[in-house]
Structure formats: C-alpha cells, structure tokens
Design a protein around this ligand. Structure first.
Ligand SMILES: Cc1cc2nc3c(=O)[nH]c(=O)nc-3n(C[C@H](O)[C@H](O)[C@H](O)COP(=O)(O)O)c2cc1C
Length: 305
C-alpha cells in the first residue's frame, strides 16, 4: 500500500476539514499518516488584539519558532506528502515555515512529490511562492496545488475574518455580513480533488496532476487581487524589518510599531485598495498579455528563480 504523509496547521479546523475532504478518495486505498503541527507556545485562537499583529513580522520574514516533537516517523519512506496551510499576512504561517526549515523536512521531502492545500481569505499567491521555494530547498517536488478561498468581496471578507479570528465564532457578524471564511459548499466540494491525486499516486506519474486539478478549478486567480497583494507584500517586508528592530515576538518594545502597522493596514485596505482596484481595471487592457502570463504562472507548480 502507498504511504501518504499529511502535514497540516489549522487553528479553527477549517483547513483540516478541507484536507480531510481532499484525501477522502484515498481512504482505504493508501496508508495515511497525519501530523498536525503544534507550535510551542501555541498561537492564541481566538486571537487577542496585539498578539494577532505580533505574528506579522516573523510570518513575513519566515523566521522559524518551536514545534512540539513530531509524532510521525521521518525515517519512513512516503510516496506523497500533502502540506495543508492557511495564510498569515500574505506569508506562510509560522508553524509551517518552522516545519519546512527543519532537518526533518529535508529528510522526509527529499525527492518526494508534494501537494499543497491552501485555505485562505483571498490572498495566497505570495505565500505559495515562499512555500515553493522552501519545498525546493528541502528537496521536495511540488506536483499539485489546491486553493480554497472566501468568495465574498475583499472588503467584507476583511471585516468578517477579523470578527472570526478575534471571537473564534465562524458566524455572521451583526447578522448583516456574510458567514466568514470558505463556504460550506466549497469545503464539501474539495472531495473532487482526491481522484486525480489517487490516480497519480497509483501510477506514480505526477507530471499532469496540476493540469488535471486545474480542470477541476483547483486554483482560481483574480488579477486585481494578486496585483494588490504583490505590492502589499513588498511593503509588509519594510514594516516587518522596522518592527523587528524593536525586538522579537512578544517584546513589549515593539507594541507601538505593531499598532502603527495595524492602523496603516486598515487605512490601506479600506481607503486605498478600492481606488487601486479601479486604477487596475482602467489600465488592464494595456497589460493584458503580461497579466495573462502571470496568472498562468501563479496557477502552476513551477518556480521562477
Ligand atoms: C494572523 C493571520 C493573518 C492572516 N492573513 C491572511 C492573508 O494575508 N491572506 C489570506 O488570504 N488570509 C489570511 N488569513 C486567513 C487565513 O488564511 C485562514 O483563512 C484563517 O486563518 C482560517 O484558517 P484555519 O484553518 O487556521 O482556522 C489570516 C489569518 C490569520 C490568523
């Protein structure tokens, strides 16, 4: 029987539910080994105001933290590794960075096919580029990517995700806003991605997996959102360095800078991003071919050096 290692990090359980659905066609047909990453100390959920923003600098700079010892056996040979993760500040969440930068990841990923499963609000492209690099550095071969995201508009999903993250309640805020996160329908529909994964696993042929997944709409990319997040990620890097000059995670001395970042980000999201989106669409025809090329790349599993 083929062996599949499933490594995930999820706070609310949303991402775990998605991954469980993705791999359901593999149940009984492959041996599945689960590893849920557990940071030490754990990140709070629900988050308390400043702790949420405090996760930004190390997420963006991809600075590893500490994880509880792994339960799986890294000496085993796995036929496929599935990595499931949410996005933190346009970056990989710290627990996944910690795993991917570990010696264990090098051991277990080396020359092995990897499939990533993302459960995001709507901005995941920059994080996946970081993940592609870390998988390659660990010797893994990225063969598939599946992205589920919140389909509501950018501004309302910012309000609902903050409400969800700060209260732990995945329910409609003030009965006016939509339910936060990825819809139940999309989560249930993730079952369809398991069949091409199972076929690739059985045939040990991974070359056309991403093509097959894309036919099932495994990745939908929105040019205006991607354009915004690519610019934002560059600015986040400036902020993360500025904040880290005052110390590491939890350091009292960096609170003022974290608060500055918070108000900066909220201002940019609600005041600047609608204008930026308008400008993007006005200039869209001039950059059509370039944007089309970029969208194809972001949907792929290749890594531009
Ligand atoms: C600290 C933090 C930052 C986040 N930043 C982003 C982001 O930049 N882009 C995005 O699409 N989602 C972002 N999210 C939402 C997550 O991608 C994810 O949808 C949510 O945390 C639920 O995932 P879970 O399975 O861990 O509960 C963020 C969540 C947290 C907690």
């Amino acid at each position: 029987m083929k062996k599949v290692l499933v490594i995930t990090y999820s706070q609310s359980g949303q991402l775990d539910e998605i991954v469980e659905n993705v791999i359901s066609p593999l149940q009984g047909k492959a041996e599945i080994v689960y590893e849920k990453l557990k940071p030490v100390p754990p990140f709070p959920f629900p988050w308390k105001d400043i702790s949420f923003w405090d996760a930004m600098p190390e997420s963006v700079e991809m600075i590893p933290a500490t994880l509880e010892p792994f339960k799986f056996d890294p000496g085993e040979k796995y036929d496929l590794i599935i990595l499931g993760y949410p996005i933190w500040f346009l970056s990989p969440p710290i627990p996944l960075t910690t795993f991917l930068k570990s010696e264990t990841a090098r051991k277990v990923l080396n020359d092995k096919p990897v499939v990533t499963v993302i459960g995001a609000r709507n901005m995941w492209v920059s994080a996946q580029e970081d993940i592609k690099k870390m998988i390659a550095e660990a010797g893994g071969k990225l063969k598939g990517n599946i992205v589920l995201h919140d389909r509501h508009n950018n501004l309302s999903s910012v309000v609902t995700i903050i409400y969800w993250m700060m209260t732990g309640k995945k329910e409609r805020y003030l009965s006016v806003f939509p339910k936060p996160g990825i819809s139940d329908e999309d989560i249930a529909g993730a079952v369809r991605f398991g069949n091409p994964i199972l076929a690739a696993l059985n045939n040990n042929n991974w070359d056309s997996l991403q093509e097959e997944l894309l036919k099932l709409k495994a990745v939908e990319a929105y040019p205006s959102v991607i354009s915004m997040e690519r610019k934002a990620k560059r600015i986040f890097r400036v902020w993360s360095r500025f904040i880290r000059k005052k110390g590491g995670p939890g350091e009292k001395a960096r609170e003022t800078r974290l608060k500055m970042f918070k108000w900066y980000l909220l201002f940019v999201i609600f005041a600047v991003s609608p204008i930026a989106t308008l400008v993007f669409y006005l200039t869209y025809p001039f950059f059509f071919l370039k944007i089309k090329r970029k969208m194809k790349y972001f949907k792929s599993v290749t890594l531009n050096q």
